[in-house]
Ligand binder design. Structure first.
Ligand code: PEP
Length: 249
């Protein structure tokens, strides 16, 4: 059985209170656009509480990152427990922007996955190769290393989602070809199967992310072993996010 698709929006460091009108659009369309799919919005932490109020019971909300510890002297950081406290059920970890800008290693990402699980959240674990790595023919090696290093033992279909996000496709308007996406997603499913067994691996959702837009979502989401999408820029407009949800087979 193929997993139930997940369409997830990542607002990154965008959005003020006045932009919550975009979430009203999503909430209004959620019953129909979410038919047979799970919908998720990850707003900035500052908007989580207000988003939870708007989306409650219609669309899940999630954090964009969490600290590995539950509390303590970590100025500016947010614990997984704090996200859960506001109604979040997911948290993105290991996004390429955090790996590149904040120097997060696979080991650090793995600690965050454990923190997410500790708080009862589903971790969306991002992996992806850079353009240089792709051109050097290292894509599958890089993904294999990131997957092995970022996932702790204990993965289940409920507690973990894996997002394949080629770094060169994020925010650039360039997308991987459907052939490239298929090759990578088939490979990731195989790697998960080798480590966690087929019944767990078959249920873990594999998202594609990288310049998914209303005009390319249908073909990307139709690829075998693609169980949804992680959407950055296009999730900022409620109508675009809803159009992508509707494009999901
Ligand atoms: C992302 O940041 O996870 C992402 C996929 O961004 P975009 O859709 O803007 O490429």
């Amino acid at each position: 059985m193929t997993p139930r698709p997940l369409i997830a929006g990542n607002w990154k460091m965008n959005g003020l209170l006045r932009h919550l009108t975009e979430l009203e659009v999503v909430a209004g369309a959620a019953a129909e656009a979410g038919e047979g799919r799970d919908l998720l919005i990850c707003p900035p932490a500052t908007l989580l509480s207000a988003s939870a109020g708007l989306l409650f019971g219609k669309v899940a909300i999630g954090g964009q990152d969490c600290h590995a510890e539950a509390s303590g002297a970590y100025t500016g950081d947010v614990a997984a427990e704090m996200l859960a406290d506001l109604g979040a059920t997911y948290v993105i970890v290991g996004h390429s922007e955090r790996r590149a800008i904040h120097g997060e290693s696979d080991e650090a990402v793995r600690a965050k996955v454990l923190a997410a699980w500790r708080a009862g959240l589903t971790a969306i674990v991002c992996i992806g190769e850079t353009e240089a790595e792709r051109e050097a023919g290292e894509t599958l090696d890089v993904l294999s290393r990131q997957l092995a290093g970022s996932l702790p033992d204990g993965v289940t279909a409920r507690n973990t989602v894996v997002a394949y996000e080629p770094v060169w496709a994020i925010g650039t308007g360039r997308t991987a070809t459907t052939g490239d996406v298929k090759e990578v997603h088939d490979f990731l499913r195989q790697k998960l199967t080798e480590r966690f067994g087929s019944s767990v691996a078959g249920g873990v959702r594999l998202l594609y992310g990288g310049s998914v837009k209303p005009n390319n979502a249908a073909e990307l989401l139709a690829v075998a072993n693609v169980d949804g999408a992680l959407i950055g820029g296009a999730s900022l407009k409620g109508e675009d996010f809803v159009a992508i949800c509707r494009a999901c087979p």
